[in-house]
Design a protein around this ligand. Structure first.
Ligand code: 26V
Length: 816
């Protein structure tokens, strides 16, 4: 599909940009001010997208298309200018227009804030899915929160992470439409009055509630080719002017202002993934607020064409991105039963048929539970509904498996204990017709382990949809050199059908193609070296092997294993045990949750190891360690195209899928990884010769945990290379001026505490790294493998993932 629909001439674009410079920004034309140019270009694109939103809507209306609503507390959309230009088919025209005025479009793109409305993989996945739904012409819409402050900005001070607020809206956001006319009112708090209706049926009333106002902000989402423009609707919280006036009239000025401030606080900031969320009342309110605003909006739209709810599941699919929006189960039931007076059973059928749930993690500490007492205070009616859902559910279980009290306790939506807790995953599972994991390994683990009782009950509900990424952002946008080479070689159909990349395979051993491919990688590495030298004043050799570990800092992702390997290499070289054959640059980036002590220590460790190694003349030409601060989507776009080696070394069984792994593969890096998440499928696609797999498998680890036969101390005794690295942490080798700060690592291992299995995987990791070094010495062989990785990455397009959702979940009962 070629983006011909939108052909725009340079002079039309100029007219539009000039118009916005003068009329929207009140600035003189022409201008060389990058910020003004960014804003006026964005406004020009928004004009076009607004028109297309209306056309798209007319089409959806005419065909009565089923609509998909993707509910997520996070959308990590990244900068939009480049992506919108590409998808509208206007990138080249815009670049030329700017070039003629002596302006580099990249400088203009740099002006855009990168909205950090997500923590990591889950939020970025949601953004890739929006791009794919629009490109596939699916009526799919994102619903999320208009946080005033995104994820904190990371600064580094003496190697320590410092968090700074991310006030991304301080400047104008040119993409969004604020739709005050579509604001909604959401009830909260209050009490339940236990009434009976005329027939003597229980009919509770939710009374004396306060209310919050939800104000939608719509951001257009344009599909490639520009035919379809959907939108992402983000709700900001405000208070009602009418309500304020009432209190004002009562003469209580301060209470009126307090009420306003309290409401607006709800969407102030995104919560960073932290250890315990259940104490954070405001987070629960955010989850409820999103769900309540969204369902009101969905039903309002549905009711335009319908008189009752009979067609609701045929017209509406709601995907819950993890359990964060799982209160949708209770809220939809409340709306149907309390507000639209449907019988419970009918409402329940509709709810189940409409909702679907995606699980994104097996980490126990990440499974959401909320204290029942908190729910009772914030949303008393919902707690009642959850209890009723649970009562009916457990009744069925008891009938089917009599006398199994244990099972009832395990499956209950309520965890009994000192204080009752609501298990949100169980609520989502029971209230949906589908639950999916995000890679085949992850889905298997859900079936066999976390949700095995539910799998035994409803095997047909469990589906796998392996994650994917959009090639429009992660290749066409992020790696223009490689994109051009590919298009010159096989045409541009890969932009909307990534499986076409297979046609590169015959070129994988053709000298001319290989040389060009290698030159591109080298040019990308030069670009990244420049960024590193500009931000860190560190000079990097673009011919060194770029070995890259970028993602959230978490123990299960094992940045510590990577650092142990670096320390091992360093010690080997300075002790004369190894003559380095390949110069290596180790690049890290990632944020640690503000309350996660170990993760923050790991950042400090990376910096200190870097400081020692980068200053040591003995390894000057062999090793460099770099930590790029403030990881973000736009930084990832610059780092990934420059990678030779992609580190995906999580403890097996812990990384649900990973999506960074796919981005590296698509950009011609080789992967070193454990058999975890989607790495398993990357191995299947790439072939064992083209990926470096090492380490324990998920079931081996489970087995060791079950048998309690893993003792880190034994590894310390048995393996000199482990001993040496751990002793270096104990002996302050990397903190001569800050004595003792890394001893916790040594002590943990000596205490037999290594929950993430660093030590059993250490020797295999070193071995595979030695193999990698040897293979990198043969550039022809390496380049061939890199090309094969690109050629075989087609499965990992989010277009494939969205087609899977569409077929297996959103249209399960449809004929197509
Ligand atoms: C949540 C929490 C909460 C508190 C403690 C620490 C912690 C650590 C991780 C999480 C994960 C939240 C869900 C999530 O982001 N999962 C990621 O989803 C991606 C998209 O499916 C997937 O590729 C990643 O493997 C998965 O970690």
């Amino acid at each position: 599909m070629k983006p011909t629909v939108n052909k725009i001439s340079k002079s039309d674009l100029k007219t539009s940009i000039d118009y916005h410079l003068r009329c929207s920004l009140c600035k003189e034309t022409p201008t060389k001010d990058y910020r003004d140019l960014f804003l006026s270009t964005a406004f020009s694109l928004r004009d076009r997208m607004a028109e297309k939103i209306l056309h798209t809507e007319q089409r959806y209306q005419a065909s009565q298309t089923k609509r998909v609503y993707y509910l997520s507390l996070e959308f990590l959309i990244g900068r939009l200018m480049g992506n919108n230009l590409h998808n509208l088919g206007m990138f080249d025209v815009c670049r030329e227009f700017m070039a003629e005025a002596g302006i580099d479009i990249e400088e203009v793109r740099e002006q855009e804030n990168d909205p950090g409305l997500g923590n990591g993989g889950l939020g970025r996945l949601a953004a890739c899915f929006l791009d794919s739904m629009a490109t596939l012409d699916i009526a799919g819409f994102g619903y999320g929160i208009h946080y005033e402050y995104g994820l904190f900005k990371q600064e580094i001070d003496n190697g320590y992470q410092r968090e700074k607020p991310d006030n991304w809206l301080a400047d104008l956001n040119p993409w969004e439409f604020k739709r005050t006319d579509e604001k909604c009112i959401i009830p909260i708090k209050g009490r339940i009055e236990h009434f009976q209706d005329r027939d003597g049926e229980y009919n509770p009333m939710w009374l004396d509630w306060n209310f919050i106002v939800g104000i939608p902000f719509d951001i257009p989402v344009v599909g490639y080719g520009g035919k379809t423009v959907n939108w992402l609707r983000l709700y900001g919280a405000g208070s009602s002017a009418d309500f304020d006036i009432q209190i004002f009239n009562e003469g209580d000025y301060f209470r009126a202002v307090e009420q306003k401030v309290e409401s607006e606080t709800i969407t102030k900031m995104l919560y960073p993934l932290d250890t315990i969320m259940s104490g954070r009342e405001l987070r629960l309110v955010q989850e409820y607020f999103l769900v309540a605003c969204t369902l009101k909006d969905i039903i309002r739209r549905y009711m335009k064409n319908n008189e009752n709810f009979d067609r609701f599941p045929d017209q509406v699919a709601i995907q819950m991105n993890d359990t964060h929006p799982s209160l949708a189960v209770a809220e939809l039931m409340r709306l149907l039963v309390d507000e639209y007076a449907l019988p419970w059973g009918h409402a329940w059928e509709i709810t189940q048929q409409t909702l679907a749930y995606t699980n994104h993690t097996v980490l126990a500490e990440a499974l959401e539970k909320w204290p029942a007492a908190l729910l009772e205070r914030i949303i008393p009616r919902h707690l009642q509904i959850i209890y009723e859902i649970n009562r009916q559910f457990l009744e069925k279980i008891a009938a089917r498996y009599p006398n199994d009290v244990d099972l009832l306790q395990r499956m209950s939506l309520i965890e009994e204990g000192e204080s009752k807790q609501v298990r949100m995953a169980h609520l989502a599972l029971v209230g949906s017709h589908s639950v999916n994991g995000v890679s085949s390994l992850h889905t298997e683990i859900l079936k066999q382990d976390n949700f095995s009782d539910f799998y035994a009950l409803w095997p047909e509900r469990f589906v796998n949809v392996t994650n994917g990424i959009t090639q429009r952002r992660w290749l066409l946008g992020a790696n223009p050199r490689l994109a051009e080479l590919i298009t010159d070689t096989i045409g541009d159909s890969w932009i909307t059908d990534l499986s076409q990349l297979r046609r590169l395979e015959p070129h994988a051993d053709q000298t001319v193609f290989m040389d060009e491919f290698r030159d591109i990688k080298r040019a990308n590495k030069e670009d990244l070296s420049k960024i590193i030298s500009d931000t860190l004043w560190l000079s990097i050799d673009p011919d060194s092997l770029f070995d890259i570990h970028i993602k959230r800092i978490h123990e299960y992702k094992r940045q510590l294993l990577k650092i142990m390997h670096i320390v091992h290499e360093y010690l080997q070289i300075i002790r004369g045990e190894k003559t380095p054959t390949v110069a290596k640059t180790f690049i890290f980036a990632g944020k640690a949750a503000p309350g996660y002590w170990v993760a923050k220590q790991i950042i400090k460790l990376i910096h200190n190891v870097g400081q020692v190694i980068n200053q040591d003349r003995r390894v000057r030409d062999a090793l460099k360690v770099v930590f790029l601060p403030d990881y973000s989507v736009s930084l990832a776009e610059k780092i990934i195209p420059a990678a030779d080696l992609s580190e995906q070394i999580s403890m097996a069984g812990q990384e649900a899928s990973g999506t960074g792994n796919m981005k590296f593969m698509l950009n011609g890096a080789l992967t070193v990884g454990t058999l975890d998440g989607a790495n398993v499928e990357m191995l299947e696609e790439a072939g064992a010769d083209n990926i470096f797999i090492f380490g324990l498998k998920a079931e081996e680890i489970t087995d060791m945990i079950k048998k309690k036969n893993y003792h880190p101390v034994e590894y310390y005794r048995l393996f000199p290379e482990i001993r040496r690295v751990l002793d270096a942490f104990r002996d302050n080798t990397f903190c001569p001026d800050e004595q003792g700060i890394f001893q916790w690592i040594y002590h943990r291992m000596m205490n037999n505490e290594d929950s993430y299995f660093h030590l059993p995987d250490f020797s295999p990791y070193i071995q595979v790294q030695d193999q990698i070094e040897a293979e990198y010495l043969d550039p022809v062989n390496w380049t061939k493998k890199a090309i094969l990785n690109v050629a075989r990455s087609g499965k990992f397009s989010s277009d494939r993932a969205i087609s899977d959702y569409n077929r297996l979940i959103w249209n399960k009962n449809a004929q197509s």
